[in-house]
Design a protein. Structure first.
Length: 169
């Protein structure tokens, strides 16, 4: 009897170990291209297999963000967004200005939340500052934070003492 129970426990342990995944989260990417004098174009990617989440289909397409870091005492990082360029599809977008000031959003979603379609995620948003390179294999764009650059507009508010003691009139 104890042998059967220990065998059952061993089998359950093996099944649970097989469920473990080194990547407990999945990266999902949303691109909002801004073609001149046309409506915005929305693209949904994931570097892994295709997935449906929150009513959107994220297509399997190699893409990645590198060079991202967060620090409170340094200037904002300028990560690079790389996307595969099969048959030069994105080269056209880069040369015609569709990527200028495009919005890039990366969602980190736990694998279990993705499978259960739970709306829980960590979101990072950037703008395309410039296209660094575009060839037939890959397009690389430099990104800026949403509050980084000349296009940032401070929301209206009253920035005065006592809430802001460093302000003087």
């Amino acid at each position: 009897m104890t042998t059967a129970i220990s065998e059952l426990m061993r089998q359950r342990h093996i099944e649970e170990a097989m469920k473990l995944d080194a990547m407990g989260y999945r990266a999902l990417f949303f691109l909002r291209l801004r073609p001149p004098s046309m409506p915005d174009v929305f693209l949904y990617f994931t570097p892994l297999k295709e997935v449906k989440w929150q009513g959107k289909t994220f297509e399997s397409h190699p893409c990645n963000i590198t060079g991202y870091r967060r620090a409170g005492d340094e200037e904002q990082s300028r990560p690079k967004f790389s996307v595969a360029n099969p048959d030069g599809v994105f080269t056209k977008y880069a040369h015609e200005g569709w990527l200028d000031n495009a919005e890039v959003v990366r969602y980190y979603v736990l694998k279990d939340h993705l499978e259960a379609d739970i709306n829980s995620f960590v979101k990072h948003t950037w703008r395309v500052s410039k296209v660094v390179s575009a060839n037939r294999d890959v397009v690389v764009a430099e990104l800026r934070g949403a509050t980084d650059g000349q296009m940032f507009i401070m929301p209206p508010g009253q920035y005065m003492p006592p809430a802001f003691p460093q302000v003087s009139f």
